[in-house]
Design a protein around this ligand. Sequence first.
Ligand SMILES: Nc1nc2c(c(=O)[nH]1)N[C@H]1C(S)=C(S)[C@@H](COP(=O)(O)O)O[C@H]1N2
Ligand SMILES: [Mo]
Length: 300
Amino acid sequence: MARRWKNTLTHDDVTPESVYLNRRQIIAGMAGLGMIGGTNMAQASTDLEPNSWEDITQYNNFYEFGTRKEDPAANAHQLTTSPWSIEIDGLVDRPGTYDFAEIMKAMTVEERIYRFRCVEAWSMVIPWNGFELKDLLDLAGVQEGAKYVAFETLLRPEEMPGVRFPVLDWPYVEGLRLDEAMHPLTIMATGIYGRDIPKQNGAPMRLVVPWKYGFKSIKSIVRISLVEDEPPTSWNKAIGQEYGFYSNVNPEVDHPRWSQASERRVGGGLFARRIPTLMFNGYEEEVAPLYAGMDLRKFY
Ligand SMILES: Nc1nc2c(c(=O)[nH]1)N[C@H]1C(S)=C(S)[C@@H](COP(=O)(O)O)O[C@H]1N2
Ligand SMILES: [Mo]
């Protein structure tokens, strides 16, 4: 409880990184005084240097705003994110429309620095703010019989220039097995560097599943359904031989068109180089038990 902190910093006159570094020094000081615990955070976070605000917000995938990496930053300002509500339905005790502002009041926002690995073999390290997906699912009350969680992105053509093109079958949909969704590493991100999450990154709320390829982290969510059967996912529907339901980061299972054994950290400048990709993106200790006994070549 005490390890958590609210996302309240809004200094416009300093860079997000400097606000953030300052914030981290304060937190480090508190930890030194024994004011915060941090078992969960220590487990989740990484000591790797986070990418810059620029890298994280200017190099994106959000096909509703175009397929080029710079399109989301150029076009996502058109998206209206307030008011925002999400429908939680299916096998839950309290189905209904949940207002985003109300959800935020009920949730405890914390910071997690996660590795992020896109299937295209680039990666970043991102300081997210958000809450555990489990806390939101508990709010709705998951019923016995629910085995999967299905997610859906907003589809609003007048604000999303990219959906004119049938690159994907809109709306963007994704899914997780219930135990993956309830895992403490799975979060709903609502901020980056202590600021509200930018629209190109999936405002006001997007999923982050750090041991899976980036496309599982569905943005700007408007619907969450608890279901019995494995739900369809956008990339699997589009190119099923290349994108499976699980999509766990796995250096031993290559994408049919390229190796997944190494990755390029975005923004490294002079130090940019390919680095070996880690099993489950470095979260093997935490998540390998979820897949015990499964053939990860078959369930890719
Ligand atoms: N709705 C929606 N969610 C999406 C995507 C998308 O096109 N639409 N792209 C996915 C892919 S392929 C990646 S790599 C990540 C990129 O997240 P980022 O831009 O915040 O780095 O978002 C994922 N979530
Ligand atoms: Mo991706």
